[in-house]
Ligand binder design. Structure first.
Ligand code: 2BA
Length: 107
């Protein structure tokens, strides 16, 4: 058995955990914070049989694809004057760790 730890964007966490549940993976979601950006993200804990790891990774990769989103931004060019323009920011993706599980119990 393996333990999959996947750090994903908060925006993707509901969709990816639903997709995993639909395929019979059991998921625990932890509210976590990135050390660099200090922004909230979600860490998914998934206990997976060895032969299901690839299927689990496929779902996470599919639902957390790296993409760009256009968000409004403003710049000031004079006192009290602002201009608004769209900027593309990268979002999504997943950072995944896979660990060997020594024992698994439900007591
Ligand atoms: P990612 O590399 O996609 O990482 C997203 C989040 O995944 C990270 O959030 C962190 O919570 C977790 N993570 C990534 N690698 C990890 C590792 N080796 N061990 C434990 N957790 C890990 P943040 O720390 O807030 O980073 C957000 C994004 O900022 C990163 O996206 C990366 O693009 C950038 N970044 C992070 N550290 C950086 C650094 N020292 N210099 C430049 N850019 C950095």
């Amino acid at each position: 058995m393996k333990l999959v730890l996947a750090i994903v964007s908060n925006d993707d966490s509901s969709i990816v955990s639903s997709a995993l549940n639909k395929e019979d993976f059991q998921v625990t979601r932890l509210a976590t914070t990135g050390g660099f950006l200090r922004a909230g993200n979600t860490t998914l804990i998934v206990g997976v049989e060895d032969d299901k790891v690839d299927a689990c990774l496929e779902i996470i990769g599919r639902e957390c694809k790296k993409r760009t989103e256009v968000v409004p931004s403003t710049a000031s060019y004079d006192i009290g004057r602002h201009v608004s323009f769209p900027v593309e920011v990268p979002v999504g993706g997943a950072t995944v760790f896979i660990l060997d599980v020594e024992q698994f119990h439900k007591l």
